[in-house]
Design a binder for this molecule. Structure first.
Ligand code: ATP
Ligand code: MG
Length: 420
């Protein structure tokens, strides 16, 4: 992508009401646009980041047998009446005030909807297990809006739901999802801690959260310094300095961001929708369910929170909007200008042909300092510079976003270098 064609530009300042670093940097870098409190547009750079996160999530969901579907965002009242969730404060009523029989809410989660769908396809133990997921917009009437994109009122979520004929089979799958989540967060460059959390109103068991340590987190966890056993402070029987119940190590307190959550649902939803199956002997049982969420916008914002410096974002390789940011510095002299431009165009074509995505800064009339500042703000992991100086040495300057020093690499070797 040629940077002069990108319709967004970096901004010197984000809106003054945004205090969170994630919102400041994502807005200034041209990743996100704030439409209303807690409501953001994903601009082209931000949408590329979201697609990278979504691709990783899809790969890991598919690897544990998840089947992708897409449910409606408008959820008819009858679904939520079935579980007494129409009036919960988190929801937005979308339409139908006048006609109470056909009122709709904007979905904040989809347990009821997926359970009713599943009820049409489950009759025997042979119909299970299965798991279905979607990546879809969720709507929540969130009160606080000081966390930027960490807490939106409209946001993208991956929600997976699993259906089982036995508790043992459910528990096996719950562990498979835990493993998939660990892979997802690692691939996103996040260190997420598996944390025991409150059971929710409907199940005696605990749920589990994936928490990333950050001073801006709204959650507090108690974590063991030796084995990383962790509990959310909402339920913790632990305190700072306590002995870890798992390994005898010492527990300390941290602020953290919940990036994912996995729930044993038991039979709450399947009983409400009368979803039963016949076992091998022909007797009837309720189906056992789990649900598993990841906030995609929140993952993006969390990466920014844990991976930035005073100059801007430092995207991990797998998540960055482009693989490399190539900067052309044109000299004043006409003939030398043409030589730099031609070398840059050739490299842009070679990199693109090799499957390396490039943001090519060919904007004219900007100083090197201005281009470098934009590059640091946008945060692509690899910066290439082509200038009169590098051409004189038949080289390209390579600098990594996370390092201060730069190296010269021969032009003939640069594509292979970037492909690593
Ligand atoms: P929180 O405790 O932060 O309010 P939650 O427990 O209500 O979140 P879930 O219903 O479990 O969240 O949703 C699954 C995932 O969706 C969460 O783990 C989080 O990553 C994400 N998420 C939840 N609420 C928001 C929000 N308002 N904005 C962005 N992501 C969110
Ligand atoms: Mg929570």
């Amino acid at each position: 992508m040629r940077q002069s064609k990108l319709f967004t530009k970096t901004l010197r300042e984000a809106s003054s009401d945004e205090t969170a670093s994630n919102a400041q940097l994502l807005i200034r870098g041209g990743f996100a646009y704030k439409n209303s409190a807690g409501i953001y547009t994903m601009l082209p750079l931000g949408w590329r980041v979201i697609q990278n996160i979504a691709r990783i999530i899809r790969e890991e969901m598919d690897a544990i047998g998840g089947q992708e579907l897409y449910m409606p965002a408008l959820v008819e009242r009858r679904y939520l009446d079935a579980t007494n969730r129409w009036d919960v404060e988190i929801g937005f009523e979308a339409c139908g005030k006048a006609d109470k029989k056909a009122a709709f809410a904007l979905g904040w989660t989809h347990e009821e909807v997926v359970t009713e769908i599943a009820s049409k396809y489950i009759s025997s133990y042979k119909d299970m297990p299965f798991a279905a997921y979607q990546i879809q917009t969720k709507f929540r009437n969130e009160a606080r809006a000081k966390s930027g994109l960490l807490r939106g009122r409209e946001f993208l979520m991956k929600d997976l739901y699993s259906f089982h004929a036995s508790q043992e089979d459910f528990e096996r799958y719950y562990q498979a999802v835990r493993g998939a989540y660990e892979k997802i967060f690692t691939r996103c460059g996040l260190k997420a801690i598996y944390t025991v959390a409150a059971g929710g109103a409907f199940t005696a068991a605990h749920t589990h959260e994936f928490q990333v340590i950050s001073p801006v987190g709204e959650d507090t966890i108690f974590i063991c310094g030796s084995c990383a056993y962790a509990e959310n402070s909402e339920i913790a029987k632990l305190a700072s300095g306590a002995i870890c119940p798992q390994c005898g190590g010492t527990v300390h307190e941290e602020k953290s961001i919940e990036v994912g959550n996995i729930f044993p649902l038991g039979v709450k939803y399947t009983e409400a929708f009368n979803v039963t199956y016949l076992d091998e002997k022909g007797s009837k049982h309720p189906v056992i369910m789990g649900s598993y969420g990841i906030g995609i916008g929140r993952v993006m914002a969390t990466i920014v929170e844990v991976s930035h410096d005073d100059k801007g974002i430092r995207w991990p390789k797998n998540i960055a909007p482009f693989n490399v940011h190539m900067i052309e510095l044109l000299p004043k002299d006409e003939a030398k200008r043409a030589a730099v431009r031609s070398a840059a165009e050739t490299l842009y074509a070679d990199l693109t042909r090799a499957g390396i995505s490039v943001l090519y800064d060919e904007r004219e009339g900007l100083s090197a300092g201005e281009k470098f500042a934009d590059c640091d703000l946008i945060g692509i992991p690899v910066r290439l510079v082509i200038s009169e100086k590098t051409i004189a040495q038949d080289s390209v300057e390579v600098k990594y976003r996370v390092k201060d020093s730069a190296d010269l690499v021969k032009r003939a070797d640069i594509v292979a270098h970037c492909a690593r």
